[in-house]
Write a protein that binds this ligand. Structure first.
Ligand code: HEM
Length: 332
């Protein structure tokens, strides 16, 4: 619990899910852009701050990892590594675990001697010795193991033929797309369905930027949409389970508690040995009721939702309820 307070209600202590939320809007309208910035810079918000760490662990850590495991058990297509990506997966493990230990010294520990590693994660009562590059030294496959330690979804892009290829990943919390369908595609093809960005050269510029990343460099960006209930798995594969709610939520009196702003903090890291680009997607959900506790957020999200062009609202899948959400926020 932090001690942040709302300006005009000094007695109110806000919960961490609000104080640490990466509220993504700095103005009253939103358009796509190649919005990348160096990672690890703390961003102050009206409610608190976010972004000081690369790997964010929060109160949902164990619950979300359990949910990930259940998704993977039901649907093995959510994890895939094309054979040439094995070194990149190990590169991701040997890059991320030391960072996680450094950022969370009270609960995590990592030591490496040559290729021999020792990893402790007290949140999971886990103590493990393994050897970099030796899949059999881990209890599960290396990508699956990494996905059992970090809350983020993981994608790995190979850099060849002057392009980036989505050739490996573990994605259980996709916002309305299918990792199984996209795996093996080029970065530009992956972004094929996104409106506007091609004419505005946003994706070609983003690819140029990513291909110039130097080993070890870390950048980040945010992306957003909306989700009904705290549902993380809104992938194409489970569409029948969640899509119907989009038609009914606007008329539901529980809309302010059910409707969540979904913000992805995405990290982009050039891995030092394999040269692959690691793309981490950490998903945060905050209900409209919680957002309304911060007057500046309430107004800004209300205005962004009202102003968003229809093609973008349609692509994000929010067109049937965004005006109801906006009206509630602005009237609240
Ligand atoms: C600077 C880098 C990047 C930029 C500027 C960018 C930009 C965007 C934008 C604007 C969208 C639409 C989001 C929305 O309206 O909700 C999008 C969607 C998406 N992005 Fe990126 N992106 C970047 C990096 C990546 C990377 C590295 C991947 C790796 C897999 C990726 C995978 C996707 C996917 C799968 C979608 C959903 C596409 C669909 O609807 O099927 N992005 N991206």
């Amino acid at each position: 619990m932090t001690t942040n307070v709302i300006d005009n209600e000094p007695e109110t202590v806000l919960p961490e899910r609000i104080t640490r939320f990466p509220f993504p809007f700095s103005g009253d309208s939103y358009r796509y852009s190649t919005n990348v910035e160096p990672a690890l810079k703390t961003v102050e918000t009206e409610a608190g701050a976010w972004g000081g760490r690369l790997l964010d662990i929060d109160e949902h850590y164990l619950h979300e990892l359990k949910e990930r495991n259940e998704v993977l058990k039901r649907d093995p297509t959510r994890v895939r590594a094309l054979p040439h990506m094995r070194p990149a997966v190990w590169d991701a493990i040997s890059t991320l675990l030391p960072i996680m230990a450094e950022e969370h010294p009270d609960t995590m520990f990592f030591h490496r001697d040559g290729n021999a590693c020792r990893w402790m994660n007290t949140l999971q009562n886990l103590e493990l010795e393994f050897t970099i590059g030796d899949d059999s030294s881990l209890p599960v496959g290396p990508l699956r193991f990494l996905g059992s330690q970090v809350q983020d979804d993981i994608a790995l892009l190979d850099h060849r033929e002057d392009a980036l290829w989505l050739d490996a990943g573990l994605v259980t919390f996709a916002a309305d797309w299918s990792f199984g369908f996209d795996v093996g595609m080029k970065f530009l093809e992956v972004h094929g369905p996104v409106p506007r960005v091609h004419g505005e050269h946003i994706i070609t510029r983003a690819q140029q930027f990513l291909m110039r990343l130097q080993p070890g460099e870390k950048y980040r960006r945010t992306n957003w949409t909306m989700t009904i209930d705290r549902r993380l798995d809104t992938s194409t594969e489970t569409y029948p389970d969640w899509a119907q709610d989009r038609a009914t939520v606007a008329a539901d009196p529980a809309m302010p508690d059910r409707l969540h702003l979904r913000v992805e903090v995405q990290h982009l890291i050039r891995l030092p040995h394999s040269g692959a680009v690691l793309f981490l997607v950490r998903t945060h959900l905050l209900s409209l009721s919680d957002i309304a506790q911060i007057p500046a957020w309430r107004e800004r999200l209300g205005r962004v939702l009202a102003e968003l062009p229809e093609d973008m609202a349609e692509y994000k899948g929010i067109s049937r309820y965004r005006h109801a959400a906006s009206a509630w926020l602005l009237a609240h």
